[in-house]
Each structure stands twice: as C-alpha cells, then as structure tokens.
Design a protein around this ligand. Structure first.
Ligand SMILES: [Zn+2]
Length: 219
C-alpha cells in the first residue's frame, strides 16, 4: 500500500494557512479538507442535513454544535475522500475534542498525521491583514488586499467568483474573534506539543518563504 502523507495546518485568521494548504496540496498531490468549505457545500444541498446546516451557518450565523459536527460532518466527509491520497487538514481541529476525534478516527481508516504546522502571526499582524481582507461570494476564500488581490480587483483569483468585504471585519470585532479562537485553540496546541508533533512556522515572512520552510520539514 502506498504511504500517504497527512498534514494538519493551523494558524490564526489571516495567517495565510489556506494559501499554504493549497500550495502543499499541489506540491504533494493532497486532498484539502477545509471545514468551512465542507460546511458551505453541505449547506447548498437540498437535503435534511443541508437545510439544517444552512439554517445554522447562513441564516443564524452560528457555529455548528460539536456533537453534530463530528460524525455527521467530519466523519462523513472523511469517508468520501480518496483513500489512496493524502490529506491536508486546514482549519481543523479548532478545539481539543476535535483533535482527539481525529486521532481516533484516522486510526480507524489506517491513516496517521505526519506533520502538524502552526503558522503563527502576531495579533497586530492578524488585525492588520484582516482589516484589508475580502472574501469571495461562492467559496468564502479569504483574500488579503495587496497580497492575494489588488484593491480594485472584483474577482477571486482562486475560483473567479465575486469578492466582498465582511461587515464585521472591523479591528474591534476581529480582535474579539481572534481572542475567542485562540482560547479554544490553545489546548489543541498544548496537546500536540505534548506529543512533540507541533512545528511552529513564522507566518510573517513572505508566502514563498513560509512555504519553503514548511516544505523543508516534509520528507
Ligand atoms: Zn474564491
């Protein structure tokens, strides 16, 4: 059996981890598992679960409860992926239960995580980048103005759909969101650190430099 590479990439909002995930997927022929993407796709389906997810994330703007998330969303999506290809997990785990879930779940399908990267940027840098961020309408790709697209650009460079600015991307609200996700993520980081698996990457370098550093670890 071919040995697959499975990678987790984490980082605060604005760290550019999504961009890195896409670059890694291309270089190592990996499938991207991005929770936000998974949810948005389910929300488009006219099924019982699709309507429920749509109600939670698009209508109410809430977070999908963890109990519902694990088997019905994450477990289901995992079972749909190509078992002969490696996976890059982008934006999951976000909480400790999720890290533990993946450990158990991946073992069941004979996969293991080979590398865990945390692309770190300071709070100030995060706020700075998110304040100049746009998202695309179709897939929610986060795009940094001046980096991923020009100030005047109206189309997403990844999927071609229209881009917009989030109304709650004000410095104050960004800071609040950052603090909240950091609080949830810190036990996850400690968990992987305790297993000697966490590789920290300086995300304030240029995109190519961040990529070069990550690739340097992947054997
Ligand atoms: Zn897009």
């Amino acid at each position: 059996m071919k040995q697959n590479i499975n990678i987790i990439i984490m980082g605060p909002q604005g760290s550019g981890k999504g961009t890195q995930a896409r670059m890694l997927a291309k270089k190592f022929d990996l499938q991207i598992f991005e929770t936000g993407d998974v949810l948005r796709n389910i929300a488009k389906q006219d099924t019982e679960i699709g309507r429920k997810i749509n109600e939670i994330i698009n209508v109410k703007g809430n977070i999908v409860p963890w109990d519902f998330m694990k088997e019905k969303i994450l477990g289901q999506k995992l079972s749909e992926l190509d078992e002969n290809k490696g996976i890059i997990f982008d934006g999951t785990p976000r909480i400790l239960e999720e890290a533990e879930f993946w450990e158990k779940k991946l073992k069941e399908v004979n996969r293991k995580i080979n590398y865990i990267f945390y692309v770190d940027i300071s709070k100030e840098e995060s706020v700075k980048r998110l304040s100049v961020r746009k998202l695309c309408k179709k897939n929610g790709h986060p795009l940094i103005i001046g980096k991923d697209l020009g100030e005047e650009d109206t189309k997403c460079p990844i999927c071609g759909s229209e881009v917009y600015r989030r109304e709650d991307d004000t410095p104050e609200k960004i800071l609040k969101r950052l603090e909240w996700s950091k609080k949830l993520l810190s036990p996850v980081l400690e968990y992987y650190e305790g297993k000697n698996m966490l590789i920290k990457i300086d995300g304030e370098q240029g995109v190519e430099d961040v990529f070069g550093e990550i690739v340097g670890y992947v054997k």
